[in-house]
Write a protein that binds this ligand. Structure first.
Ligand code: ADP
Length: 559
């Protein structure tokens, strides 16, 4: 494919980059943009050094193994999958994507999948993980339209059957936690998507499936089709998962052309182009992925409508033949009230009603709320953005304050919401506690100590907080949208079934009504409330079923 050279498009700023040889950093050196003639095809990574092959069973000297109890049989055949995404718990997490990138690969290993997770090596990854990473190799990679090439280092960490390969380049990954702003993030993730593919070639590990996630990795299928043909990685099928359609990686065509050097033909409405002058990275991924998934069935349908489609509904309808919904689960080992070390008291379904009281007492004490088991504690753990239905919550907080209800908020985000929750804490001291922070430990304590958890989202691709709440025997109160609709069965007072309280239209009055129905049951029929708590604790919110669905999808693509 012919690629025209556009040297005078955007001049990269001179940046200071710290290149690394081995795991050791060399001194800072100023890197000037290198001008090379544009190549017809972006070159796959050039190998600098042979990569040390990971030890295989065959290489070990033969020893007679003692008899071990037989493992449960794994489904056959084995499949290899490379996960590519921008965050992964516990290294770096800003939301649900980080949870999924951690838990799904682990669940897939139990489905006989060989999984490698490819992530940026951000400077914000805690030192205790950085120290465990081992240098796998490095190479130079062409990236920009002016021929400038970039260092790609690979640092590896193997943990619990999953291999994590971190793409190392200080020029891109030294700032942010991990995101900064689009001006910096667009080049960062153009680089990351191409480097991830080049790293697979370099490591000589070509998976059956490349599974990429959200806009930050959306250019992976595009680069694969446009620039890696004829290289080993072109043989992999691609799955692209939308965790949140709102974020798409949109920037002007000139900039994205510069940072990717993708052929002009791709900046067309069928692939990357949007509006008059913009390119949309997520749209490109949707166009070229072998299969698209999103994180619940309802959201898979919703995003094909104008309201939820974020201007891509027509594009998604066009590609609907390859679009599926597979609901998220949670890692039930991390989220386990029986073993959670962050809780003041541990419990399971047998002693939850008693032990949750101890968790509630500690929560009330720690947060300066009145220490009183008779009050109903309603939690909210969320990014504070308009997606999460906070306008509805703000509108009804005064109506909730009745002397019997306490509200605990944990979240960070838009100053507008941060300030309104601070205001309510100040106005209703002792009844409202706003924790404007990101704090894993406090999140665990709220999941365990609260009676109910609010998730009244405007839209919610899947939502994890309602799943975690149920796992901790905390009753979710949710709006019937996306994954909330698919995972919370509304309480039926006639049959005494269901897992939570729900409302449909996005109206503050309906949220208030749902909370009042929950309060009525809580205050007037505690036995039935407690039965719901136990049902929630027993609900299967694990990854097992969904991981098996992903596996079937992989097999469909590569039988
Ligand atoms: P989203 O990905 O849209 O932010 P999800 O419900 O899918 O929402 O995932 C949110 C995840 O982030 C959950 O694990 C939740 O516990 C966690 N979380 C959100 N806000 C906070 C916070 N302020 N402190 C700790 N954990 C948080």
């Amino acid at each position: 494919m012919e690629v025209t050279k556009k040297e005078d498009q955007i001049m990269p700023e001179k940046k200071v980059s710290r290149k690394k040889t081995g795991a050791k950093a060399e001194e800072l050196k100023e890197e000037k943009p290198v001008r090379k003639p544009a190549s017809k095809k972006a070159e796959p990574a050039k190998k600098e050094k042979p990569v040390k092959k990971a030890e295989t069973a065959e290489e070990k000297p033969a020893v007679t193994e003692p008899a071990v109890p037989s493992e449960p049989e794994l489904p056959q055949p084995r499949r290899s999958v490379a996960f590519i995404g921008s965050e992964c718990y516990p290294f770096v997490k800003t939301g649900g994507l980080g949870d999924v990138m951690y838990a799904l690969p682990r669940a897939l290993t139990k489905q006989n999948c060989d999984v490698k997770v490819i992530l940026p090596r951000y400077a914000c990854i805690p030192q205790k993980y950085q120290e465990k990473m081992i240098y796998r190799g490095a190479f130079e990679m062409d990236l920009c339209a002016d021929g400038r090439s970039y260092y790609v280092g690979i640092m590896e960490y193997v943990w619990d059957g999953v291999v994590y390969d971190f793409i190392d380049n200080d020029e891109f990954f030294s700032w942010g936690k991990p995101y900064t702003n689009l001006v910096d993030d667009i080049p960062k993730f153009c680089y990351f998507s191409k480097a991830a593919l080049a790293a697979l070639n370099y490591m000589d590990w070509v998976p059956d499936i490349i599974h990429c996630h959200d806009w930050q990795a959306a250019l992976v299928p595009v680069f694969q089709q446009a620039m890696f043909q004829g290289t080993p990685v072109a043989n992999a099928k691609t799955v692209f998962t939308i965790h949140n359609l709102r974020f798409q990686g949109i920037y002007d065509i000139k900039t994205i052309k510069y940072w990717t050097n993708l052929p002009d033909a791709l900046f067309d409405y069928a692939v990357l182009k949007q509006g008059n002058d913009d390119a949309n990275m997520l749209k490109g991924g949707l166009s070229y992925a072998s299969m698209i998934t999103t994180v619940s069935n309802t959201y898979a349908w919703e995003i094909q409508t104008e309201f939820f489609g974020e201007k891509l509904d027509a594009h998604l309808r066009y590609h609907s033949g390859k679009l599926r919904g597979i609901v998220n689960g949670i890692d039930v080992d991390i989220w386990n009230p029986k073993t959670d070390p962050l809780l003041p008291a541990n419990y399971d379904v047998n002693d939850a009603i008693e032990q949750k009281k101890a968790c509630k007492k500690t929560l009330q004490e720690n947060l300066g709320l009145e220490d009183n088991q008779d009050k109903m504690v309603i939690g909210l753990i969320s990014r504070l953005t308009n997606q999460k239905g906070l306008d509805l919550v703000n509108a009804i907080i005064p109506s909730l304050i009745d002397g019997n209800t306490q509200i605990v908020v944990l979240g960070t985000g838009d100053p507008e919401y941060e300030n309104s929750f601070r205001y309510y804490e100040n106005t209703y001291k002792g009844s409202v506690c706003s924790n404007i922070m990101y704090d894993e430990e406090r999140a665990h304590q709220i999941y365990a100590g609260a009676d109910a958890l609010l998730v009244p989202s405007l839209f919610e691709p899947c939502g994890l907080t309602q799943l975690i709440a149920m796992r901790y025997g905390t009753v979710p109160i949710v709006r019937e949208t996306g994954g909330l609709k698919d995972t919370v069965e509304p309480y039926n007072e006639f049959t005494n079934e269901g897992n939570g309280f729900t409302f449909d239209r996005y109206e503050a009055g309906l949220l208030l009504d749902a909370i009042n129905r929950a309060k009525t049951l809580y205050f007037t029929d505690r036995d039935r409330w407690d039965e719901m708590v136990k049902r929630d604790l027993q609900k299967d919110v694990s990854w097992e079923k969904s991981a098996a669905q992903y596996r079937s999808l992989y097999l469909e693509l590569k039988p």
